[in-house]
Design a protein around this ligand. Structure first.
Ligand code: SF4
Length: 243
């Protein structure tokens, strides 16, 4: 379900609420019928596309598969899952993964993942849940005093067409943290990598400021798949080798 405001002429347009899906932006696919050599040729020619399959049982969710990993590991931030309780379940898993990393390996002693859910019910689907969302923002501010509050959309908030930006505009003056809506509802795309793009769109739109000064010997590395703390250590080790 591509975002309504998708415009094929603007691959990255921070005036929009979100980015195009990977299928649209980069001819992304997770299905290909043919030889590997032909796949390379088709990819070069931009001819790959997502096929409909009669049966597809295993696939990630844009929200959970990548986005939770990434957003939940940002320190000084809090997450609000705007959806039913179950959509936030993977946060529990990541919490356990990170908490089991010994502090000797670099995990800060007080490392904690901050998240809450709006726990949407059937009545919210019928009547909308922007009040719940605004209350959740206030609660996240009160509980965690974060620097940023990420609102992650889910299939439910996407399907009912919740006006996330409208709610954010109303509640932002009441909280210190910068609110960052990320449009990552699971049904939005078959390619979970769309979650990367949706996340960075939100970060660039709401958090990143124009640099006042550039440091020549500094490069920011944003890991695309930092499942564990150990990956982070390995990235540091490899980059250390190239100075
Ligand atoms: S309901 Fe949608 S957003 Fe929630 S976990 Fe399932 S696929 Fe992901």
């Amino acid at each position: 379900m591509p975002p309504k405001e998708y415009d094929p002429d603007h691959k990255i347009d921070l005036d929009k609420n979100t980015c195009p899906n990977r299928e649209q932006r980069a001819n992304g696919t997770n299905v290909y019928y043919g030889k590997a050599t032909q796949l390379i040729e088709d990819a070069k020619a931009g001819k790959t596309k997502c096929f409909d399959r009669e049966l597809q049982q295993t696939s990630g969710c844009v929200l959970n598969f990548y986005l939770t990993v990434r957003v939940s590991t940002i320190r000084d931030a809090a997450i609000i899952y705007h959806g039913p309780l179950g959509c936030s379940s993977s946060s529990l898993g990541y919490r356990e993964i990170f908490r089991s990393v010994p502090p000797e390996l670099g995990r800060p002693e007080k490392f904690e993942l901050n998240w809450i859910t709006t726990n949407l019910q059937q009545s919210d689907v019928v009547y909308g849940a922007s009040e719940k969302l605004k209350n959740a923002v206030l609660e996240a501010q009160k509980r965690y005093d974060p620097k940023a509050i990420f609102i992650l959309t889910t299939c439910t908030s996407g399907v009912i067409g919740e006006d996330i930006e409208g709610a954010v505009n109303e509640i932002q003056p009441e909280v210190k943290a910068k609110i960052v809506p990320v449009h990552c509802e699971g049904v939005r795309s078959r390619l979970v990598q769309t979650g990367y793009d949706a996340f960075w769109h939100g970060v660039l739109k709401y958090l990143v400021k124009k640099p006042e000064k550039k440091q020549k010997d500094l490069v920011n590395v944003a890991s695309m798949l930092s499942y564990t703390w150990q990956d982070r250590l390995e990235i540091k080790r490899l980059l250390g080798k190239v100075g």
